[in-house]
Design a protein. Sequence first.
Length: 357
Amino acid sequence: MKKILIMAGDGIGPEIVAEAIKVLDVAKARFGLEIETDEALVGGAAYDASGDPLPEESLAKARAADAILFGSIGGPKWDNIERDKRPERGLLRLRSSLGLFANLRPAILFPQLADASSLKPEVVSGLDILIVRELTGGIYFGQPRGIREESGERVGFNTDVYSESEIRRIARVAFELAMARGKRLCSVDKANVLEVTELWKEIVTDMASEYPQVELSHMYVDNAAMQLVRAPKQFDVLVTGNLFGDILSDEAAMLTGSIGMLPSASLDEQRKGLYEPCHGSAPDIAGQGIANPLATILSLAMLLRYSLDRGDIATAIEQAVEKVLEDGLRTADIYTDGCRKVGTAEMGDAVAAALRA
Ligand code: NAD
């Protein structure tokens, strides 16, 4: 029996995860899905309970699970505690302890929400791209790093580093995903300036012969940032390193209008994964019952597709979300005139009902 660990976290985390659990319960009943669920503390909530944003017990449960459904962590309450104990550290440690090196961020624009984007509807309507970001290497982790004294002033420095094997394993994930989608892969680098991405480009190019059906292209990161707002539908799958991926995936996120709609997955080599909405804990609206739960519900769909091999249930959940949007239900963040404004629980109930139907 597959095990899913629920880590709701802080702020709006518990509110949005509760709605995804409603949808999971319906999925279990409708599809005869046999899974076990468990819960664990993470982030500020875990720090308050135990002095550690990722207690040993939570990490042990995460290791034992096949997949993790994660809410969000952090908030002003914990902004001034020592760096190592901050909620974000809990999530970073969880990702690195589990070897979750592949971050998948789809940017899909449901046609019903085309007006929510800041770009013209014809530029974004029907958008369906997937950004694959390397998550455990590159400049965010490279050594040496720090701030040192040099010639009487402080100098900050970091190291961007990727080994061949790190590049190969993330490229493999991207090629495989491209095979299962539109068969087009764009690798993003800055090979004209950075040696580390020169190697990146060389390895990705070398691997293309293993995937003759995939049309591979390369783009410098500055051009990719521009093309994403100029003509985003030219892309199918993009693959890039940690730093560029961080920035481009947020840019792609905004093409869709609301951060409240965007799911994500972080996978290891066996496709065990951590699934979470792209947004944070939204302390400004926590506890008000108005957060959009759809990113978390769509993260659950990704969990079923990638870690539990149940693409059929994932598609049914995505269709239920689309049906609810078609019916005109909107949380405040995606609301436009003429629609019906609903709260977090009502949105979750509506998706659950559409999935049951
Ligand atoms: P945020 O994503 O929490 O919020 C940005 C804005 O988007 C806010 O106005 C918020 O109300 C809105 N928003 C976010 N999610 C929403 C939803 N589901 N429905 C409706 N509106 C939504 O980013 P932030 O304000 O920069 O960070 C807040 C806290 O979250 C910080 O402590 C930060 O460190 C943390 N954070 C956590 C994660 C994570 O858990 N993976 C990611 C990013 C930020």
